[in-house]
Design a protein around this ligand. Structure first.
Ligand SMILES: [Zn+2]
Length: 335
């Protein structure tokens, strides 16, 4: 067999012969991205459509499946081994989207069943943070790891927890919502209806809130952030200002890193990971966030874990991270 393989491997179409392919679908409130992913971790082609122009889930899935077929035809791929879908409120156990607040499809939508009516391959559904964790495990910096936690910082904060090489889904499929672990009792009001959740402090939205609070309580500050209309202030603007040495923006990221470091130290006490990964827009601010994160993490980590946990930034490529994460879910189908 090895002679056979060695003889044929240098020939053209090597990719088609030795790799398998899967589809990763990232469903966002505005856009849906669909990618054809090679087993070596490359997203080789992608298409998208507008999620919010659909009100009929069946038509939406039908149009996605058309795009999947044209992606395969255009790339000369004749078979895929599964479809992974990262969706808001996506449930791994049921294959359904259940009461997503930012989609037009209300109630419970049986995504897996809808896809099966068009394409006969395994379909795996989960939320975007779980997909991100699986993407890191299958294609990114967590390859070969058995225990790690992924925090995704975006509009909210999501997390995915891998223990013994498996994503933790919990009783209902809702495990790993560390963004809604309460960091500060009676703190900021959260979209979930409670107060003080981690995501109200360390998401992109939380960073914006911190900046607005500091602007209000620091009348002596007259830096660049005073020139931005408060309604238009974004965490990226704060990150850019911090990287230009702006004192107030740096203070915002020091606070954000401090809070996130506490949440990470708490996560370690829960599952004893070998690494914690961070991904998402605010992480792109770089060391202005990561330095205070590491300092706070070290300060708050219980001594029994000293030196045993790495703090890492996701190694998935920015542009394809969500698609790769979704595609990686297909590798979870045997769990
Ligand atoms: Zn909350």
């Amino acid at each position: 067999m090895s002679v056979f393989f060695l003889y044929f491997s240098p020939l053209k179409n090597d990719d088609i012969m030795t790799n398998t392919y899967s589809i990763g679908i990232d469903i966002g409130g505005t856009n849906t991205d669909i990618g054809l992913v090679c087993s070596d971790g490359r997203c080789i082609a992608k298409k998208n459509l507008s999620t919010n122009k659909y009100f009929d889930a069946s038509q939406y899935v039908s149009d996605i499946c058309e795009r999947i077929k044209s992606l395969m035809t255009e790339c000369g791929v004749t078979a895929i081994d599964g479809i992974g879908i990262a969706a808001p409120a996506g449930n791994f156990y049921t294959g359904c989207i259940e009461g997503a607040t930012n989609l037009n499809f209300k109630g419970t939508v049986d995504l897996a069943a809808l896809f099966h009516s068009y394409i006969d391959v395994p379909v795996v559904v989960s939320n975007d943070a779980n997909a991100a964790a699986y993407g890191e495990l299958v294609y990114g910096g967590a390859k070969g790891m058995k225990h790690f936690v992924m925090f995704t910082l975006g509009t909210g904060v999501g997390s995915g927890i891998v223990v013994d090489g498996k994503l933790v889904h919990g009783k209902t499929g809702g495990a790993g919502e560390l963004g809604h672990a309460i960091l500060i009792p009676e703190g900021r009001l959260c979209g979930c209806g409670r107060k003080g959740c981690l995501e109200t402090y360390t998401s992109a939205t939380g960073i914006r809130r911190t900046a607005l609070e500091l602007l209000e309580t620091t009348p002596s500050y007259d830096g660049p952030l005073t020139k931005v209309n408060p309604d238009e202030l974004t965490s990226k603007m704060v990150g850019d200002a911090a990287n230009h040495g702006d004192s107030l923006a740096l203070k915002v990221f020091e606070l954000t890193g401090y809070w996130l470091g506490i949440a990470m130290a708490n996560a370690v006490a829960f599952s004893g990971p070998e690494a914690i990964f961070l991904m998402g827009g605010p992480v792109k601010a770089g060391e202005v966030l990561m330095k205070p994160v590491r300092e706070s993490f070290r300060k708050h980590l219980c001594f029994v874990y000293d030196g045993s946990v790495e703090v890492r930034v996701s190694e998935l490529p920015d542009n394809d991270a969500a698609i790769l994460g979704a595609a990686a879910l297909t590798k979870a189908k045997d769990q």
